[in-house]
Design a protein around this ligand. Structure first.
Ligand code: NAI
Length: 338
């Protein structure tokens, strides 16, 4: 690949050849699906993240262009592009964090589960590569349906003997980002000052905002609770309909993905008190996977927070969520075990 050669030649010829291989500090991060609607702005934002020293961009199309473009940004991370299945392993070797936004997005009228047939196979292939080339990496799964693709990833890693539940995280951060935004709007606050826990999963009724636990502490009328719950659960569909066939959330998702990846990297670095919601292997409920607040540290998910006190509205929502989640998890597990 001429573009990578050019970068490496210049790096090795550089007079002060101290960061040609990524410098002393910072983490090595790969984005799989980097040329897509999410992948491109995600690559842009990760190139701006000071915690990233090396950024690998992998896709089955268009990575040379995206890589060339992003590599001209005068930020610290060294960017390398990888194109096509035959370069997957090279893209993954040595990575400490792998972010997966590969796969097809929804069109109007589709549920996330309608994406299963295509995306399940994509996630399986990518996770086989991770198990082989960077089995100790933290993995952030964005590809939908997250409620099934995370169990798929877990099964692939189990088969390979590399599964560590602390290092596999489904990204539900966009649900939290939306919840913070919509709740702030109702309360008349700056969204940066609002923290809404969102638990369960990442599809329809499995998205369970815990409005009784919003910080700063506040109360909502029953009408506000109905409005907010519905808007948070269907925020994705709102975007899919507005884009009218051109895809689903990409820009807000890239923002959310970077917010989450940055938390994972701060945890890896050893920062204390890094807590975010994520869909992980969990014993918070009887289900094998569940999204809730988790504390991120040097080894990944170091602690899973309990759900805390739920009101009756939330307890009813939880039962509904668990029913759909159980089926989605089982569907993912069966896809690999069949
Ligand atoms: P897109 O179609 O714009 O981009 C997907 C990219 O994946 C394309 O560049 C495509 O070439 C690439 N790709 C396909 N097969 C691949 C393979 N085998 N290996 C590597 N790359 C491959 O889609 P978009 O909008 O970026 O969405 C990506 C995924 O993210 C979808 O499944 C979507 O449902 C999901 N998503 C998840 C959200 C979440 O909150 N977790 C929010 C929004 C979207």
């Amino acid at each position: 690949d001429p573009q990578n050669h050019q970068m490496e030649d210049i790096g090795s010829l550089g007079r002060l050849n101290c960061r040609a291989k990524g410098g002393a500090s910072g983490f090595k991060v790969a984005i799989l699906g980097a040329a897509g609607g999410i992948g491109q702005p995600l690559a842009l934002l990760m190139k701006m993240n000071p915690l990233v020293s090396v950024l690998h961009l992998y896709d089955v199309v268009n990575t040379p262009g995206v890589t060339s473009d992003i590599s001209h940004m005068d930020t610290g991370a060294v960017v390398r592009g990888f194109l096509g299945q035959q370069q997957l392993e090279e893209a993954l070797i040595g990575m400490e964090l792998v972010i997966i936004p590969a796969g097809v997005p929804r069109k109007p009228g589709m549920t996330r589960d309608d994406l299963f047939n295509i995306n399940a196979g994509i996630v399986k292939t990518l996770c086989e590569g991770i198990a082989k080339c960077c089995p100790n990496a933290i993995v952030n799964v964005i590809s939908n349906p997250v409620n099934s693709t995370v169990p798929i990833a877990a099964e692939v890693f189990k088969k390979a003997g590399t599964f560590d539940p602390k290092r596999l995280l489904g990204v539900t951060m966009l649900d939290v980002v939306r919840a913070n935004t919509f709740v702030a709007e109702v309360l008349g606050l700056d969204p940066r000052d609002v923290d809404v826990p969102v638990v369960g999963g990442h599809a329809g009724v499995t998205i369970l905002p815990l409005l009784s636990q919003v910080k700063p502490s506040c109360s909502f009328t029953p009408k506000e609770v109905d409005y907010l719950t519905d808007r948070i659960q269907n925020g994705g569909t709102e975007v899919v309909e507005a884009k009218a066939g051109a895809g689903s959330a990409t820009l807000s998702m890239a923002y959310a993905a970077v917010k989450f990846a940055d938390a994972c990297l701060r945890g890896l670095r050893g920062d204390s008190g890094v807590v975010e919601c994520a869909f992980v292997a969990s014993q918070v409920t009887e289900l094998p996977f569940f999204a809730s607040k988790v504390r991120l540290g040097r080894t990944g998910v170091e602690e899973i927070h309990p759900l805390g006190p739920l009101n009756e509205y939330e307890r009813t929502g939880l039962e509904k969520a668990k029913k759909e989640l159980a089926a989605s998890i089982q569907k993912g597990v069966t896809f690999i075990r069949k």
